[in-house]
Write a protein that binds this ligand. Structure first.
Ligand code: AMP
Length: 348
């Protein structure tokens, strides 16, 4: 039991895989006085030498991420608390990650609600959010985006305007979803839910923060207009793709902030009802339409890479505390929970 393991811990070591958002996780942990451990393959990544403040105190070097399970005893010996990020879960595999008997920040149960598209829809619709319509092939009457299940980074997603275009392109050997293409501006909102903090934007239990907003930069869709219209380009065989290559910082019109907090609040409240809560950082991936409505096309239930923009704070986090990155916010939550002897509420 993770709870029993936690009782034996003296001083936690903040541990994660060296990728994704690990630099700010280590930097934030060090600022809060934690030891840090980075898991890497073959040898320590050289580029960490270039960033001394974000380099973990120690590395655990493996040949394969699948060995993490086998290193369980060593991780426990070091009082490791694992901080999951997107690459961590992807490299280990969601099922293996769920079973890992090492204390992990956040609620592992969220994985089953996030990785199953139907359950994700149940959660977000139950929270009262607006999601893009999902259409059957014979219902397609508008521009759509076709998404293959489990496709990483949207590389193979495609846009179509009618049923014929889908039939001409789709790989029917794979499972796919046809989703209304929502036209508007994208905002990836970085929330943090604390079940133990009491001052702030209060929920039925704990508080909700917004630590930043970014927009993913995607190749080639974000620059394809430079070559011509999507229709023209399709005729010569050039199609848009959605491969994430980086992130841009954003702020929203201040008048939209009440909606942003309402959405986050509803997502947390519904998660508390369904599975005990989405604890710590999560991100709603939204499109704001010209009617100023948010359509939410995805939830990421852990630290997202867009938070890497805000190592020394953001236009939102600065109103909470100067220099507050999401990595540092996680470390603060572990510290606060440890002092209150409530670690089991934020670690599973
Ligand atoms: P996803 O893998 O679901 O995050 O989608 C990858 C990218 O596809 C997003 O970052 C958006 O640029 C785009 N996208 C996804 N769903 C929609 C949608 N329903 N309407 C418009 N664009 C979308």
């Amino acid at each position: 039991m993770i709870e029993d393991i936690l009782k034996r811990y003296a001083e936690p070591t903040v541990t994660t895989v060296c990728s994704h958002s690990s630099l700010q996780i280590f930097d934030g942990a060090r600022k809060e006085g934690f030891k840090t451990l980075g898991i890497a393959l073959k040898k320590p990544p050289k580029f960490y030498d270039a960033f001394p403040r974000a380099k973990p105190d120690e590395f655990m070097i493996l040949d394969d991420y699948l060995e993490i399970e086998a290193q369980k005893d060593e991780l426990l010996r070091q009082d490791a608390i694992v901080i999951p990020h997107g690459s961590f879960v992807e490299y280990m595999g969601a099922d293996r990650f769920r079973e890992l008997q090492v204390p992990t920040f956040g609620n592992r149960r969220v994985l089953e609600w996030e990785s199953d598209r139907n359950k994700e829809r149940t959660w977000l619709e139950g929270a009262g959010l607006v999601l893009p319509a999902e259409l059957d092939l014979d219902e397609v009457d508008r521009a759509v985006i076709v998404k293959y299940h489990g496709a990483k980074g949207g590389a193979s997603f495609f846009i179509a305007r009618n049923r014929e275009e889908i039939e001409a392109r789709v790989d029917k050997t794979q499972e796919f979803t046809i989703q209304e293409f929502v036209l508007g501006t994208r905002y990836y909102i970085h929330y943090f839910y604390s079940p133990i903090k009491e001052d702030g934007y209060a929920l039925s239990k704990g508080t909700l923060e917004v630590l930043g907003i970014d927009r993913r930069v995607e190749s080639n869709i974000d620059e394809i207009y430079r070559l011509g219209s999507i229709n023209e380009l399709a005729r010569v065989g050039i199609d848009p793709s959605f491969v994430v290559t980086g992130n841009l910082p954003l702020v929203l019109r201040e008048s939209l902030l009440p909606k942003v907090f309402e959405m986050g609040e509803q997502v947390v409240e519904e998660s508390l009802r369904l599975f005990g809560g989405v604890i710590g950082p999560f991100c709603l991936e939204t499109i704001c339409t010209p009617d100023l409505e948010f359509v939410v096309f995805e939830v990421s239930a852990r630290i997202v890479a867009g938070t890497n923009l805000f190592i020394s704070g953001s236009p939102y986090a600065d109103f909470i505390e100067p220099g507050l990155s999401t990595g540092r916010r996680i470390a603060k939550e572990i510290r606060a929970a440890s002092e209150l002897e409530r670690l089991a509420e934020v670690i599973t």
